[in-house]
Structures are given as structure tokens and as C-alpha cells.
Ligand binder design. Structure first.
Ligand code: TRP
Ligand code: SF4
Length: 327
């Protein structure tokens, strides 16, 4: 069985963008691969170093979201990055051989400087973010790394770092990881901008039925449909992509046709969406209500996963030091 590894930064509760962008794929992969999924709490420090105390709660929330979404600890290994010091140790070792220009070329390094204004992201640690990410991946000798297309440059860098290590020490201790790029359905937030916690336009995996229904009502639709009898265009509507994800084809067709001919109003369309969305989200909500009754169990699941991951990490780091003859 091929081995999969992926991680997620704990930056608070997950929204539907996170779910369809990553988590749902992970849930689908756990039956066909040996999976390691971890909470990248050290990576989160790169943007939360002024408020590190938030990270612990965020990590717990992410773990609950994962289990609610259907990640099954019987099938995959779930762990917390910072509990395995080998991530930091391998990061340090790799950092000694990674040329700085490789990191400065990384597009996300530059993009984040422009995007994040509240925190100074021109740090040593953030420049080295992809090196830590490489350590995360190669410690587990993962074959495939499921990530969004935005992470493709990071994966390419990981492959270059692996090749450099193998070239320097003449021993292939790592596996060159391949990105497993998933196609991500395009879902925007309630206001039509990218769904994001900081824009206050997100539907969270942890929202209850009432909250979901309320948010769907608030959703921006085709702005050309100012009145009930104005025809609309589903292709420019911010809500229609949700139907494409949640509703059966027959409903999608009915909505599209009804919208173009003004046979249905946006209110009707939203009621239909709320229903199919909730049908899809209910199992997640039900699992959550079970899980949150037993917070200790969540911690135990992560602790158990961390124990399993630790064994692999120890053995890889051992091989690294042997290859470098520093052990
Ligand atoms: N950079 C990833 C993100 O922000 C998180 C991450 C950290 C990761 N380490 C990783 C993803 C290793 C895949 C593999 O989404
Ligand atoms: Fe969008 Fe539906 Fe309104 Fe058409 S009817 S504009 S698809 S919300």
C-alpha cells in the first residue's frame, strides 16, 4: 500500500472551503492508502508567534473537525507535529544544506508578505517553512502528499531537497514525494469573496442546522436578479456552485432552468439548497455531538497516533544520521 502524508495548520475551526479543499479528500483516501495526517502546530507558529497561546485550542478544534468529518483512527494515523521532536531536528539538518535562493524563489513566501499585514512574515522561520514541511514529509517516507494546487511549489522544493541530500551523502534514505493534487470545487464565501475565517463569510463544519440555514439565506446571489421576476444566471451566481456540490443533478437542472426563466425565486432556490446541504452535513453534525461528549478520547486518539508516528520518525532520523556519518 502506498503511503500518504498530509498536514494542516491549526488556525481555528474548519470551514467548507477547508473541507472540500483538503479534508474530504483525506477521508476518501483513508481506505486505499496507508495514511498519516498531522496537525502542523509548529507551522502555525509562523503566523501566530505573537499569540502562540491560541494554537493549543485550535489544534483541539481541528482534531474534532477531522473526526467529525469522518477520519477514522482505525484506518489512519492522526498526530500532532510538535510532539515529535524529530520534525525539528530534521528541519535543522536539512536547513544546513538548502540554499537560501531556493526559498526566496518560493511564490508563497512573497505572496504572504503582501497578504498578511498584521504580522511580520519576513522571518527566518517563515522563509524556512517549506524546509520544515519537507522534514514532515520525508520523515515518514511518504509516496504521495495530497495538497491543493497552491502547495505544488512546496512539493517541488521538497523533491529538490531530497535529491540534494541523496547526492551529498550518496545514500537514498528518503522517498521523493509526489504531490497528489486534487481538483477543488470552487466555493466562495457568503459574500462572494474567497471563503475565509477572517472575512467573516464562512460556513463552518461545526455550524448547527440553524446557523447553516441562516447563512444560506444571507448568501449573495446573481446581483442582476434584483426583483423576483428578473431572470438570473446560475453561472454568475455565488450560490449555484453549492448546488453543484450538494444537490442531485435533477435539482441542479430544475434550479438552473427556473432561475433563467424566473420561474423560481432565490428564496426557493436557497430553501432547496439548505435541504440538500443539511442532508449532507447531518452525519458530520451527529459524529461531532458524540465526539464532543468525550474530549479525553480525542486527546487519546491523537496521543496514540503520535506514538505510532514516533516509531517511523525515529527510524528515519537514525538513517539520516547514519548516511551523514554523524551518528
Ligand atoms: N503547508 C500546509 C498548508 O498550509 C500544511 C503542511 C505542513 C503540510 N506540513 C505539511 C501539508 C506536509 C502537506 C505535507 O496547508
Ligand atoms: Fe442564484 Fe438560485 Fe437565485 Fe438563480 S435562483 S440567482 S441560482 S440563488
Amino acid at each position: 500500500m502506498k503511503r500518504i502524508l498530509s498536514g494542516m495548520q491549526p488556525s481555528g475551526k474548519l470551514h467548507l472551503g477547508n473541507y472540500f479543499g483538503a479534508l474530504k479528500n483525506w477521508v476518501d483516501l483513508q481506505d486505499d492508502f496507508e495514511c498519516f495526517f498531522f496537525i502542523a502546530d509548529w507551522h502555525a507558529l509562523s503566523s501566530l508567534y505573537e499569540n502562540p497561546r491560541l494554537i493549543k485550542d485550535f489544534s483541539y478544534e481541528v482534531a474534532v473537525d477531522w473526526l467529525s468529518a469522518g477520519l477514522d483512527p482505525e484506518k489512519c494515523t492522526l498526530f500532532l507535529q510538535s510532539k515529535i521532536p524529530e520534525h525539528a531536528e530534521l528541519h535543522l539538518i536539512l536547513s544546513m544544506m538548502v540554499p537560501v535562493p531556493w526559498l526566496e524563489r518560493n511564490p508563497t513566501y512573497k505572496e504572504k508578505q503582501d497578504e498578511v499585514k498584521k504580522v511580520d512574515m519576513s522571518t527566518y522561520g517563515f522563509l524556512g517553512y517549506p524546509v520544515l514541511q519537507t522534514a514532515d514529509i520525508v520523515l515518514y517516507r511518504a509516496d504521495l502528499v495530497p495538497v491543493g494546487i497552491d502547495q505544488a511549489p512546496h512539493l517541488e522544493l521538497s523533491r529538490e531537497i531530497v535529491r540534494r541530500f541523496h547526492h551529498l551523502y550518496k545514500k537514498n534514505v528518503f522517498v521523493e514525494p509526489d504531490a497528489k493534487i486534487s481538483s477543488i470545487p470552487k466555493l466562495n464565501g457568503l459574500d462572494g469573496r474567497k471563503m475565509s475565517k477572517s472575512y467573516d463569510n464562512a460556513i463552518f463544519l461545526s455550524d448547527n442546522e440553524k446557523e447553516v440555514a441562516k447563512k444560506v439565506k444571507q448568501m449573495l446571489t446573481d446581483p442582476a436578479r434584483a426583483r423576483r421576476d428578473d431572470p438570473g444566471d446560475p453561472e454568475v451566481c455565488n450560490l449555484y456552485p453549492f448546488h453543484k456540490i450538494y444537490s442531485p443533478q435533477s435539482m441542479q437542472d430544475e434550479v438552473a432552468e427556473g432561475c433563467r426563466s424566473a420561474k423560481i425565486g432565490c428564496g426557493d432556490c436557497k430553501n432547496m439548497l439548505t435541504e440538500t446541504m443539511l442532508r449532507n452535513m447531518r452525519p458530520i453534525m451527529e459524529r461531532r455531538s458524540e465526539i464532543t461528549k468525550k474530549p479525553k478520547e480525542v486527546e487519546e486518539i491523537i496521543a496514540e497516533g503520535t506514538r505510532k508516528a514516533q516509531l517511523v520518525a525515529t527510524s528515519t532520523l537514525d538513517r539520516v544520521k547514519q548516511a551523514m556519518k554523524i551518528k
